[in-house]
Ligand binder design. Sequence first.
Ligand code: SAM
Length: 365
Amino acid sequence: MRLLLTTSQGIEDLARAEVESLLSKLGVPFRVEEKPLGVEGRVLAEVGEAFYTDEKGRKRELSVATYLNERSRLLHRVIVEMASEGFEGIGEDEPEKALRRIEGFVASLPVERFVKVSESFAVRSFRKGEHKITSVDIAKTVGKVIFERLERFGKPKVNLDHPSVIFRAELIGETFFLGIDTTGDSSLHKRPWRVYDHPAHLKASIANALIELAEPDGGSFIDPFCGSGTIPIELALRGYSGRIICLEKYRKHLLGAEMNALSAGVYDRIEFILGDATKLSEYVDRVDFAVSNLPYGLKIGRKSMIPKLYMDFFGELAKVLEKRGVFITTEKKAIEKAIEENGFEIKHHRLIGHGGLMVHTYVIE
Ligand code: SAM
């Protein structure tokens, strides 16, 4: 089976490592590739059949897609590949021709093997690159062909709002892909614990990527601009045994973080402090790891305040940080100046896609 896995751009290597670690526990043969055909935000896993023994001692097939949906912290979607095809020159094709090519390809696929005619279905689509067709055109065309194919076996049911089966059709450059989206309409990064919605919250998948980059070893951990608590909560959910601190300047957000932690079942694992990160040393004498999604000034506060805020914060961080810090921001100039002038060294830098932007991520020591 081939699974197309989606995640944020820039963390494919971390998602691949997570998937490899999860699959190795199943004892099945597998091969995982990041950015298949150069497509960012995608990981491809080829996996053999997996089995488990039920309570009556019978050997049962285990759904690897369900296993990944339930356990992954870095993935957004798990899609079972039905077929993929390269359409040379489709970007220059007039709309009718491009859609005819897709139509002809999908019509040849044994769709009935993947969906029962009695189950309602919908097609969700995604398109990236230069084309004369839209993603809506693709969804309509693929939906029509699947409907016509299923009509041979009964009366197909389309339900665009609450389908039982979601087909996912993607055209990325010249590559067309059709699969069954086993995750459903709500991406895995939208965590069920989020009851307080901070206006600038971090995707939980990216929070986990930052935690991976920090490599916390059981030592004390702080998010000094914790907002709704995404990073501390995700760390606590991983079963982290060390001290976890969530510091936030605004009461409303800190209360939101507490509500989220309560809903996640990790309230008792986190220390919540109402305070100013530019006075960090007033709250903690020392801390091993600091990981944060810094204020960018786009959604919160004024942008002109950012350089001073970063300079003051990193000055305080230099007094207390023992091991490693990981920070994500759009403000490259301000953070690099604050990091360097306060005696830290940048050990790693990468860009991560978040909220339609490529955001700078730094590991510092
Ligand atoms: N990662 C968080 C989440 O997922 O909800 C969002 C963090 S948001 C980008 C930055 C947070 O820093 C905001 O909640 C803001 O109120 C807080 N903040 C701004 N200035 C601060 C300061 N001086 N000290 C502590 N927190 C501050």
